[in-house]
Design a protein around this ligand. Structure first.
Ligand code: HEM
Length: 177
């Protein structure tokens, strides 16, 4: 089968929807959640939103991997340099892996501290002090790694689009024909 010029429309939609969700999780996680005490009533709402969007990202990731394996993708974009191409490939792989790790550590934290019952079960129990627990620690460290990877991914995409001018963004958009 001939290789298409763009990704499957569902993969394109998933890419931008996940980008929006992950940006929200990272931004509000770092700026609001961490700086709001567990005793404040608004924290319960913020954490429920955070966990729900985080779980949605986990489901979207699985759908995306499944679809990625079942669809024909455009030929690999080259940066004109073997080392940069390898960094690009590694970044893409690590992005999938690290996003999965964020979701897994979030779920781990929720089980460890019985957060699902508190957030969704209406138990009325207060949020426990989870800040020093192992899954909370992993979640925080992996979040920093994800921020670095997302930064690298954006720099790479801009390098293709504006320096190499190879129209990379068109591949991750809807085919007009
Ligand atoms: C891709 C998915 C996710 C991303 C990008 C993400 C991002 C973040 C970030 C950036 C923080 C602040 C970390 C820090 O600076 O130390 C955080 C905290 C947290 N996240 Fe997530 N998260 C995700 C999924 C989840 C899931 C699925 C759950 C639970 C089911 C969850 C539960 C929590 C909790 C309980 C905290 C601690 C908030 C606090 O310090 O009070 N996260 N997350």
């Amino acid at each position: 089968m001939a290789q298409p010029k763009t990704y499957h429309p569902l993969l394109v939609s998933l890419h931008w929807l996940m980008a929006l969700f992950i940006f929200m999780l990272l931004f509000f996680g770092k700026v609001l959640l961490v700086n709001t005490s567990n005793a404040e009533p608004v924290k319960m709402f913020g954490l429920t939103m955070h966990a729900s969007i985080g779980l949605a990202v986990g489901v979207l990731l699985l759908v995306r991997i499944w679809l990625r394996l079942r669809t024909t993708t455009p030929p690999p974009a080259t940066a004109g340099n073997a080392v940069l191409d390898s960094i690009g490939k590694l970044t893409h792989f690590l992005l999938y892996f690290v996003i999965a790790l964020m979701v897994a550590s979030g779920i781990g934290m929720a089980f460890f501290h019985d957060l699902f019952a508190i957030l969704y079960g209406g138990t009325g129990a207060p949020l426990p002090p989870y800040f020093n627990s192992p899954p909370r620690f992993v979640h925080g460290i992996v979040a920093d790694l994800l921020i670095a990877l997302v930064g690298l991914h954006i720099v790479g995409a801009f390098y293709h689009q504006f320096i190499r001018k190879d129209g990379l963004f068109r591949r991750m958009w809807f085919n007009k024909k």
